[in-house]
Ligand binder design. Structure first.
Ligand SMILES: CC(C)(COP(=O)(O)OP(=O)(O)OC[C@H]1O[C@@H](n2cnc3c(N)ncnc32)[C@H](O)[C@@H]1OP(=O)(O)O)[C@@H](O)C(=O)NCCC(=O)NCCS
Length: 169
């Protein structure tokens, strides 16, 4: 089984900046994660409500304003990370999401994407659902600290998030 953390130079794995032509693949990876994992703590029907509420695919403008990184395994996109600007720190970034296809989680791909964002920006901030315990542990293991909490209503559902931050400064 491949493990890119132990073999970071694996030539099967390639990271690249995504463009608008990747919009469909990005939505597909995100939705597959929500359906595979988020249903366990949100329930199936709320997940479908939220996915319906969110716009179909990222737009051309989203790709101009947000950095999307795609990870390919043998040429097939299996994960992505997206990061936009951080209003209170122009050098930092707000991580909008990191999603690894369900069949590829736990093999180090999320860490690879996160490390690329850490290298590029020196400070990262993000919001993660409070019930998404495994993702919170992933961020904690990668040096993030909880700095606050937020509530948001999405698709008719009130969601509690943890605000987390990492900095190398
Ligand atoms: C969270 C996520 C991005 C981490 O990426 P990854 O490639 O699976 O993580 P890595 O292999 O680099 O690191 C492994 C760690 O991820 C964490 N993890 C998070 N969700 C996990 C899951 N469903 N299954 C296994 N490990 C998971 C664990 O803490 C694991 O550490 P452990 O092996 O000590 O238990 C990925 O699991 C994912 O896409 N999950 C679903 C979407 C999501 O919740 N995204 C984050 C919110 S934006």
């Amino acid at each position: 089984m491949e493990n890119v953390v132990q073999d970071p130079n694996s030539n099967r794995v390639r990271m690249r900046r995504a463009s608008h032509s990747d919009a469909g693949v990005i939505t597909e990876i995100r939705d597959s994660c929500w359906r595979a994992f988020y249903k366990d703590f949100l329930g199936e029907s709320p997940v479908e409500d939220i996915l319906k509420f969110r716009k179909e695919h990222p737009t051309k403008r989203d790709f101009e304003e947000t950095l999307y990184l795609i990870l390919e395994l043998d040429g097939e996109p299996i994960a992505y990370a997206s990061a936009g600007s951080l209003p209170d720190d122009p050098k930092g970034a707000f991580v909008k999401g990191i999603y690894v296809k369900p069949e590829h989680i736990g093999k180090g791909y999320g860490t690879l994407l996160l490390n690329a964002l850490k290298d590029k920006f020196g400070k990262l901030k993000l919001k993660v659902l409070k019930d998404n315990k495994r993702a919170i542990r992933f961020y904690e293991d990668n040096g993030f600290k909880a700095v606050g909490e937020e509530k948001a209503r999405i698709g008719g559902h009130l969601l509690d998030s943890l605000v987390m931050e990492w900095t190398n400064r």
